[in-house]
Design a protein around this ligand. Structure first.
Ligand SMILES: *Cc1c(COP(=O)(O)O)cnc(C)c1O
Length: 474
């Protein structure tokens, strides 16, 4: 490649990596930066310049090739590399179980236990009464049976894994009867038919999208039918001319033909939300009481615990599941187990669980409490005392999220902000790039934040972020 004199001169002006290391050594910014990070950032900056120069398209401002300017770029790169990728984030979306934002916040008891178990040895797989090897599932099996009424229980990494494991254990090579109305896709490419295929179960669809009857299931039963499966259509609702078969009836059918019955409850909850003025979501206890053989659900959706897949049901099937080699591949980790055990114990007193488990607390937060929080944020924003900032409190609806209670509108209060000279899009981006990031949405040219999912100690952080944004755009 031919390069001209100008390009040659620019290339010669670029400092060497060694020279950058030398000047960085005299700069206190780099005191706590590992040498490998500094080196990597320096190489990236120099490579970048070399590439631009060799392309020969852009005119290079020689001021940018000074030691100071190059070092500033190296600093920015190093700072980026030092920042954590996984960041605590402020959820101002009003979606309580927000999968992209980490679903559930753990209760204080769960955090405390997780910290102890994470920093010490534990009896994870050691039976203290016998002094010999034990099972990691025993940490939560008794409490799960106690609060659900089931004979046996176990837990794996997540509910998708739980469904796969159950199907693989019960129905490999056999037909699984499912209603067409329940062949759902749960975000992130978890589709019941796909999971079925992976498990080696053979999908046997019955009924139609909006209506499936008892006789549809009964007609489908053949000698190679291995399972009757009910899937809670958590993230959508078929309304209008509909019919489906209750778990109760499915269990009766299963008994008649000696075929096991499983329910994938999806979210799964031990709390009857209709007591709190919300729509009814089937509880785990109710499903267990039907006599269904196997019920699976998530740990971090409405349950408000860590990511986990919980399986409860009949002892003989759970015993088989525990012996499936897949269990080892899907096994739950000890930090999760610690957090899960503490979370589950809170359910012994439902009223206390609602106070102590953030997901439940946010779901049942009253409009009045949210309104007060909104007024508080409004006051903080007004205190910034900037006439360019326009604040409005708006009625809005929050969502349960996590594919649960899809039709439920939770009345809430949002704070909407507008700033003269900054577009709503720019505000949204600025807030997203804040430390910690604030995630909201745009409505009618305002950046809107739902107070239901904003924690009390985050109000000031939001106000400060706004203040900084206003200062920077003066
Ligand atoms: C969410 C959901 C799953 C997957 O659960 P994860 O814990 O996210 O793996 C499976 N089935 C249903 C019906 C669900 O709603």
């Amino acid at each position: 490649m031919e390069i001209n004199k100008k390009q040659q001169a620019w290339l010669q002006m670029l400092p060497s990596v060694d020279h950058i290391l030398e000047i960085a050594g005299a700069d206190s910014f780099f005191e706590n930066i590992p040498r490998s990070v500094l080196l990597h950032s320096a190489r990236l900056v120099l490579d970048d310049y070399r590439k631009i120069i060799l392309e020969g398209v852009k005119e290079i401002d020689e001021k940018n090739l000074s030691d100071i300017m190059i070092l500033n770029k190296v600093k920015a790169g190093a700072k980026d590399a030092m920042a954590l990728n996984l960041l605590r984030t402020i959820n101002a979306t009003g979606v309580v179980v927000h999968t992209n934002l980490g679903r559930s916040l753990l209760a204080a008891d769960a955090i405390a236990n997780l910290s102890v178990i994470g920093s010490r040895y534990s009896n994870l797989e050691f039976d203290l009464s016998k002094g010999e090897r034990g099972s990691r599932y025993s940490a939560v099996e008794d409490i799960l049976c106690e609060i659900s009424g089931a004979q046996a229980a176990m837990v794996v990494n997540n509910n998708a894994g739980a469904v796969l494991l159950c199907l693989d254990t019960i129905s490999r090579g056999k037909k699984v009867v499912v209603s067409r109305g329940e062949l759902v896709e749960i975000g992130g490419s978890f589709r019941i038919p796909d999971v079925m295929a992976k498990s080696g179960g053979i999908l046997n669809e019955v009924g139609s999208t909006n209506r499936t009857h008892y006789r549809d299931y009964e007609r489908a039963i053949e000698s190679d039918t291995g399972l009757l499966l009910k899937v809670h259509t958590s993230n959508y609702s078929v309304v209008g001319f509909t019919a489906d078969v209750s778990l109760n009836d499915l269990v009766k059918l299963g008994e008649k033909y000696h075929i096991p019955v499983m329910e994938d409850l999806g979210s799964g909850t031990f709390i009857d939300f209709s007591k709190y003025g919300m729509l009814k979501e089937p509880t785990v206890q109710e499903s267990v009481a039907t006599g269904a053989d196997i019920i699976s659900f998530s740990g971090d959706k409405l349950l408000g615990g860590p990511q986990a897949g919980i399986i409860v049901g009949k002892k003989d099937i759970i015993d088989k599941i525990k012996q499936n080699p897949l269990t080892r591949a899907l096994r739950i980790d000890k930090l999760t187990l610690a957090a899960l055990e503490s979370t589950l114990r809170l359910y012994r007193e439902p009223e206390k669980a609602i106070e102590a488990i953030p997901t439940l607390r946010m779901l049942t937060l009253s409009y009045n409490v949210i309104e007060k929080k909104a007024a508080q944020l409004c006051g903080m924003l007004e205190n910034i005392g900037n006439s360019r900032l326009e604040i409005k409190l708006i009625d809005c609806s929050s969502r349960a999220g996590g594919g649960s209670l899809p039709l439920l509108d939770l009345p809430s209060k949002c704070a909407g902000i507008r700033v003269k000279g900054i577009s709503a899009d720019a505000i949204k981006e600025y807030m997203r790039r804040n430390t910690p990031p604030v995630i909201g949405r745009i409505e009618e040219d305002s950046f809107v934040m739902d107070l239901r999912t904003i924690q009390d100690d985050e109000l000031q952080i939001i106000a400060t972020a706004c203040e900084n944004m206003l200062k920077r755009s003066r």
